[in-house]
Design a protein around this ligand. Structure first.
Ligand SMILES: C[S@@+](CC[C@H](N)C(=O)[O-])C[C@H]1O[C@@H](n2cnc3c(N)ncnc32)[C@H](O)[C@@H]1O
Length: 399
C-alpha cells in the first residue's frame, strides 16, 4: 500500500490517496563559450559545439536589473519576467510515498546500499543516504541477481556484477498492468524511478477522470519534458491523453519506443521528440502551441542533442517560465520533480509560486519517498512541487 502522508499541513483539504508501484566535474554554462568541444562530458556524453546564446520568449524589457550571483561570475543572466499575479493557494509539505507491490519493493537498505526487488530480480545498488544498518541478514543480501559495482569505465552491462548467472540487459516489469522494461544501465539506473509511481497514479487518475467527465471534448494534451524511458508518457497516453515526450538522448527515446511496443500501445497518440527541452519549449511558444498538463523531471546536469548544456541551477527558472507560457486555457497540472541536488522542496515551492502566480488552483510541494518493506523506514528520493488547477482538484475529489 502507498499513502500520501502530509506532515502538518495548515490546509484542511486532505491529499488524495497514494498507491503502489505496479546522475564529476560540472559542465560549462549554456551561454559559455567552449574552447574545447570535447572537454566536458555529461550524462549523455555529447560534445558541445560553440553556440550563440539561446533566445527565450521572455521579453527583456520586463526585467529589473538586480545584482545577481551570475554577474559576480561575469556570466550572462537570464532575465526573469515579473510574477504574473497573486500567490497560489498552497499545501505543503506533502510526502508522496510508494510502498512495496508485486513488481517493485525496497527490501532493505543500509551501509550505503539498497536492496531492491525489480520484477523477477533482486538487485543491490549504492544509496548514499542509507547511513544506517541493514536489517536483513548477510545471507539475504548475498542471495541476489545483480549488483551495481561501477568499477569499470565501460558502458552498459560491464558495470554490473551478476553473482548467479549472466543476465540479459532488460527484463519485464509492470506498472498497474502496463508492461515496460527494467534495464541495467551504465549509470546504475534501472530504466525506471519506482517512486515516480506516485506521480503516475496521480496523472492516470486525473487524465482518466477528465476523459470520463468530458468524453466528447478534445483529449487532454500532455507534455513530458526530460521524459527518459517514457513510462509517464505511456501511463498518460493509456489514460487518454495526447502526449508529447521530449528527451535529449536518442538512446532514451529508443528505450521509450521499446517500452511502447512492449506495452502494446503502438497506436497510442505519442510524439517522441529527441530535442533539448528548452529549445523545444521556445519553439512551441513561437508556434503558439499549448498543453493542458506538463511534467518535468530535469537532471542536475545534462546536455541537449547538439551539446546544449542543461544545469538545473542556471536554467530551471527560464525552463519554468516557458512552461507557464505553454499552459492552455483548460489546464490540469504542472509537476516538477528534482533529484539529487543541494536544495529543498521549499526552494522549488517558492520558485513555482513565482512562476505560476496569478493562476487559479493550488500549489502542492513535498518529497517522493519509498517505504521499505522489512523495516519501519522511509527512503527519501527526491523533491517535487506541482500546480493543480481547480478542475484537477475537483476531478481528484471525484465530483
Ligand atoms: C532524471 S531522467 C528523467 C527520469 C524520468 N522522468 C523517469 O521518472 O523515469 C533525466 C532525463 O533528462 C534527459 N536530458 C538531459 N539533458 C536534457 C536536455 N537538455 N533536454 C532534454 N532532455 C535532457 C536525459 O537524457 C534523461 O533521460
Amino acid at each position: 500500500m502507498v499513502r500520501n502522508r502530509r506532515a502538518k499541513s495548515p490546509n484542511k483539504n486532505s491529499a488524495p490517496a497514494g498507491r503502489k508501484f505496479g546522475a564529476g566535474k560540472a559542465p560549462p554554462k549554456r551561454n559559455e563559450k567552449l574552447s574545447k568541444p570535447n572537454s566536458h562530458k555529461t550524462a549523455n556524453h555529447k560534445s558541445a559545439p560553440k553556440k550563440a546564446p539561446q533566445k527565450t520568449s521572455i521579453e527583456k524589457s520586463q526585467i529589473k536589473d538586480w545584482p545577481s550571483a551570475n554577474a559576480a561570475q561575469n556570466q550572462p543572466r537570464y532575465q526573469r519576467p515579473a510574477p504574473k499575479g497573486a500567490r497560489l493557494r498552497e499545501r505543503l509539505p506533502i510526502i508522496l510515498e510508494t510502498n512495496a507491490s508485486s513488481d517493485y519493493a525496497l527490501l532493505d537498505s543500509g551501509n550505503g546500499l539498497k536492496l531492491e526487488q525489480y520484477g523477477q530480480y533482486r538487485i543491490v545498488r549504492p544509496e548514499a543516504q542509507a547511513l544506517w544498518q541493514p536489517c536483513l541478514s548477510k545471507k539475504q543480501w548475498e542471495d541476489v541477481d545483480a549488483v551495481f559495482t561501477g568499477d569499470v569505465e565501460e558502458e552498459g552491462l560491464g558495470r554490473w556484477h551478476f553473482p548467479k548467472e549472466q543476465l540479459p540487459p532488460t527484463w519485464p516489469m509492470k506498472f498497474d498492468g502496463l508492461d515496460f522494461f527494467g534495464r541495467f544501465t551504465s549509470f546504475r539506473h534501472t530504466g525506471v524511478f519506482p517512486e515516480q509511481a506516485s506521480h503516475w497514479h496521480f496523472m492516470q487518475d486525473t487524465i482518466g477522470a477528465k476523459c470520463a467527465r468530458d468524453p466528447n471534448a478534445e483529449p487532454p494534451r500532455m507534455l513530458n519534458l526530460f521524459g527518459y524511458t517514457g513510462v509517464a508518457s505511456l501511463v498518460a497516453a493509456r489514460a487518454g491523453a495526447h502526449v508529447t515526450h521530449v528527451d535529449a538522448s536518442k538512446k532514451a527515446i529508443g528505450w521509450a519506443r521499446e517500452n511502447q511496443e512492449l506495452a502494446g500501445l503502438d497506436d497510442a497518440p505519442i510524439r517522441w521528440i529527441c530535442d533539448d527541452a528548452m529549445k523545444f519549449c521556445a519553439r512551441e511558444i513561437r508556434r503558439g502551441k499549448k498543453y493542458d498538463a506538463i511534467i518535468l523531471d530535469p537532471p542536475a546536469f545534462g546536455r541537449g542533442p547538439n551539446g546544449e548544456v542543461w544545469q538545473l541551477f542556471d536554467h530551471l527558472c527560464e525552463q519554468l517560465d516557458m512552461v507557464r507560457e505553454l499552459i492552455s486555457d483548460r489546464p490540469l497540472f504542472v509537476t516538477l520533480t528534482a533529484y539529487a541536488i543541494r536544495t529543498s522542496f521549499f526552494a522549488m515551492h517558492e520558485l513555482m509560486q513565482e512562476c505560476f502566480a496569478g493562476l487559479e488552483g493550488e500549489l502542492q510541494s513535498g518529497e517522493l519517498i519509498l517505504r521499505e518493506e522489512n523495516a519501519p523506514r522511509q527512503l527519501s528520493t527526491s523533491m517535487f512541487s506541482r500546480w493543480l488547477s481547480d478542475e484537477t482538484l475537483t476531478l481528484q475529489k471525484g465530483e
